[in-house]
Design a protein around this ligand. Sequence first.
Ligand code: APR
Ligand code: PHB
Length: 393
Amino acid sequence: MSRELKTTVAIIGAGPAGLLLSQLLHQSGIASVIVERTSKQRVLERIRAGILERGTVEGMEEAGCAERLHAECIPHDGVILSFDGESFEIPVKAITGHNVIVYGQTEITKDLVEACEARGQQIFWDCPDAAISDVDSDAPKVHFTAPSGEAVTLTAEIIGGCDGFHGVSRQAIPAERRRAFERTYPFGWLGILVDQPPVAHNVIYANHEDGFALASMRSETRSRYYVQSAPGETVDDWSTERFWQAFTHRLGTLGQQVKTGEPIEKSIAPLRSYVSEPMRFGRLFLAGDSAHIVPPTGAKGLNLAFADVRRLSRAIAHWKSSGSDAALEGYSLDALARVWKIERFSWYLTTMMHQFPEHSGFEKRMQRAEFDYIRSSEAGQSTIAENYVGLPF
Ligand code: APR
Ligand code: PHB
């Protein structure tokens, strides 16, 4: 059995980028079809970051999906940096006039899936074999097997490649036409969720001689904590006792107030910086992790994905309403200009706040000097603050 479908925008991936793109296109009266490799349940169960920039909140507002976010989010007006137990807070709201909010990516995905389903958005879940063709024509296609077993050919005017780092979209750009830039860090993050009140009212980034630690939250009663882990370590290498000992020790005096407990979730992730240029080939446009990855230091992954999607949805809407493809032509360069600034900030904070096996005493002194400079400098704190709340869109 085979089936031919047509739409304006074929979106590969029902993660935050794909879902937001579909929703924003709908707000502009543009139809889309989403093809997702895994199940709806798996997508909704994912636990990722939870700090949203102002631009991400604006994206959810433009999508008409910000009601629960505004009702349930926790505003953060500062961020705490700690170094070998000494800490200070950067008053980001006082400096920039903007705050960030705590609202888990899990909740973002839930809100977007709910909005998509409420308007009857076609999402093909459980389609692991999507393939792309004809991207350099004006009728690009996505081929996949629907759960029904039907071989579907989805013909569109544009393909939104929102299928993350391990997707197929980036590979649909000929290898000789793309260039990758990558930095893999010599450590990972082990993260836990625990139903205990957070240790602080703002996020804590801590550099300690034993390693990095981060204290965040999902609500007033649920905390999200991370410690730097060594390359190759797995979740099984980190008993609950080992985690709490490392986490509380690396936070110094702040660690003495930590309320410990049995984690309800534990996971480990590698850290990398990655950019693939260009973010467009023919009628294929990449958005989110399909084009770039940032280390989680600074919580920029979701926020950068949403910035791409807002830019892409506006460019598509402009093209469909005016016939001009100027914004589409400028998409890759404009998106990459922001991507590289966010890559820089994430790399900078990662380099400043982690223990690197290869670092000599000199680099460790440079880290300490950076910390002391920022603690003592309004200009230094303003630089971090404007990046943390989100560069202007
Ligand atoms: N076909 C269809 N769907 C695919 C394919 C494929 N070949 N490969 C991957 N996908 C799906 C994944 O199952 C996932 O649901 O694409 C989606 C990509 O979602 P994300 O990886 O979350 O990427 P993105 O939407 O760009 O969001 C970026 O979300 O996961 C976080 O760390 C990430 O914060 C970042 C943000
Ligand atoms: C989180 O709340 O999960 C979080 C916060 C800040 C980060 C990364 C993750 O830099």
